[in-house]
Design a protein around this ligand. Structure first.
Ligand SMILES: Nc1ncnc2c1ncn2[C@@H]1O[C@H](COP(=O)(O)OP(=O)(O)OP(=O)(O)O)[C@@H](O)[C@H]1O
Ligand SMILES: [Mg+2]
Length: 350
């Protein structure tokens, strides 16, 4: 541990190298493929535990675990898959307990590139824990976790830092640094961790604030923003380093419905215009359905939102956790059907 921490301390320059090619991929002039062109997810009826298995086998079979070390080449098959809407996050039979309290048992799921996975469930069901596992902040007791083509569950801290360069996290409540300006908050990772040149980082900060429509707030302090603006700044901060994956923990909780919709729209824009793959944890079903069932498009500078066609809406999948396991997995329409049959699920929808 201590040697990997030492390695981490001397690492920031290398990590900026990790971020840059990614940024070329996702950012800029919309290089990302429109998710609608991706291989349509099979619309087979899904029972919860069957879903993750074939995919995880596909991943495992394509080389999955990488030898630890520095060469960061992905297994070729997986790399190809990632480029064409293949899996970008895979949990394969993940189990986790704290002492003798089981938190997650046999959790398997696959997030396809450019798609959205929505986690629902009661408080304490393990939703944030899944995000912490995906970030490598926790290790599973058993099972495998793949992020962006890398098996991360047994990785050391140094390798994890490289994987995290492609992950952005929007924390519960936004969690901005109160003593830093909007510019410093948004650019924090670029300035402090990735050591981007100042002018390049400044340019990126202005770009992401423009993207979320808060360019004129760049020199404000968080205390001078509304709750909704703070959440949007938190999203700008998470997207600043151009990650391919964004993890959102309750991004709209506590916001009024109209403000929440402005946050939902940022999430949709990132997914549809920047090709970002999203994991969304929420209690706000209204927002989850809105994100699942709307699509963003851009004509010249105007971004518009419209009802997504069915095949696009089906790219968003809902998972309901209960007692550490997956109670339900399916698309928005299947969730509504399941609610009609199952009182527990219905209690979340009403
Ligand atoms: N470090 C830890 N040590 C012990 N127990 C923990 C730890 N972290 C989380 N837990 C427990 O794991 C369970 C799941 O926590 P988690 O934060 O994932 O819940 P959640 O579904 O995100 O809940 P909420 O909706 O309230 O945010 C809870 O019972 C929590 O008390
Ligand atoms: Mg939580």
């Amino acid at each position: 541990m201590s040697s990997s921490e030492r390695a981490r301390a001397s690492e920031p320059r290398e990590r900026s190298g990790v971020g840059v090619p990614t940024s070329e991929r996702v950012g800029g002039s919309g290089g990302a493929k429109p998710p609608g062109t991706e291989r349509a997810r099979a619309s087979e009826p899904r029972e919860r535990s069957g879903v993750g298995v074939p995919t995880s086998e596909r991943v495992g079979g394509s080389g999955g675990a990488k030898p630890s070390g520095k060469g960061k080449e992905r297994p070729k098959l997986l790399d190809e898959a990632l480029g064409f809407g293949g899996p970008i996050i895979v949990f394969d039979d993940v189990n986790l307990a704290f002492d003798d309290k089981v938190i997650l048992h046999d959790v398997s799921f696959t997030l396809q590139t450019g798609h959205t996975k929505v986690f629902l469930g009661a408080s304490g069901a393990g939703k944030s824990t899944i995000l912490r596992l995906a970030l490598g902040l926790l290790r599973p007791d058993t099972g495998r976790i793949f992020v962006n083509g890398e098996q991360i569950d047994r990785m050391g801290e140094r390798e994890l830092m490289q994987v995290r360069a492609d992950l952005g996290m929007v924390f519960q409540e936004g969690a901005l640094f109160d003593s830093l300006t909007v510019r410093e908050n948004v650019g924090y990772k670029l300035y402090e961790e990735m050591a981007w040149p100042i002018d390049k980082a400044d340019e990126r900060v202005a770009q992401v604030l423009g993207f979320i429509g808060l360019g004129e707030f760049i020199d404000r302090m968080p205390s001078e923003l509304s709750g909704g603006q703070r959440r949007r700044v938190a999203i700008a901060r998470a997207m600043a380093a151009k990650p391919r994956i964004l993890l959102y923990d309750e991004p709209t909780t506590g916001l009024d419905p109209i403000t929440a919709q402005t946050v939902d729209e940022e999430i949709i824009k990132l997914r549809d215009l920047e090709g970002v793959s999203s994991v969304l944890v929420t209690h706000q079903l209204r927002d989850a359905f809105f994100i699942a069932e709307h699509a963003a498009s851009r004509e010249t500078h105007e971004v518009s939102f419209e009802k997504a066609p069915k095949e696009k809406a089906d790219e968003a999948e809902f998972i309901m956790l209960k007692d550490g396991g997956i109670l339900f997995e399916g698309n928005a329409a299947e969730l509504r059907d399941a609610a009609a049959r199952d009182g527990y699920i219905r209690s979340f929808l009403s």
